[in-house]
Design a protein around this ligand. Sequence first.
Ligand SMILES: Nc1ncnc2c1ncn2[C@@H]1O[C@H](COP(=O)(O)OP(=O)(O)OP(=O)(O)O)[C@@H](O)[C@H]1O
Ligand SMILES: [Mg+2]
Length: 163
Amino acid sequence: MSDFLSKKEIKSIKLWLSKMHHYKNSSKSKRANKAKKILNLKYKKLGNGRQRIAYDLNNGYVLKVALTRSGIQNNKTEFKIYKHCRAGLRKYLCRVKEVGHGWIIMKKMNIEVPNKIYNKKLPKLKNKFLDAGLKPRDMGNGNVRLSKEGKITVVDYGNFIMY
Ligand SMILES: Nc1ncnc2c1ncn2[C@@H]1O[C@H](COP(=O)(O)OP(=O)(O)OP(=O)(O)O)[C@@H](O)[C@H]1O
Ligand SMILES: [Mg+2]
């Protein structure tokens, strides 16, 4: 049961997950295109990485569906880290709302981080994560956004490692 997705939408995700292995050696864009076609969701695609495709749920949240087995793992990791990290660290991690097998729903964050701010603030933020027992990985500018409060927030922390 989901507060955000219908039974039909969850069924579509299951269908895609059952076919996903056919595309494990395809290019990133071919895999995402196949997923988009099979998922056949009514939402606008926001983007995709190597492991996940993101949709705009049009209510301030995004749905990320796994494109690969690593993507399934990345969704699990984000949920686990968001749930278990120190309270003071949460403001730097995009808020997770709901999770299911192969999918996750997070707050939509649009504001790209200007390079000047990124370069200035990233080292300190990385240290904050390290001090809290989290190894930050893949913190490129494409995986972070600016919060309303002007804080750098990670939207893709699926490859972080929690000690
Ligand atoms: N919370 C969010 N708000 C807005 N857009 C998002 C959000 N999360 C992800 N996106 C968009 O979806 C794309 C894919 O998401 P994400 O980076 O989490 O996938 P990935 O496949 O794990 O990426 P990578 O290839 O870096 O491992 C992002 O590059 C970004 O454009
Ligand atoms: Mg990414």
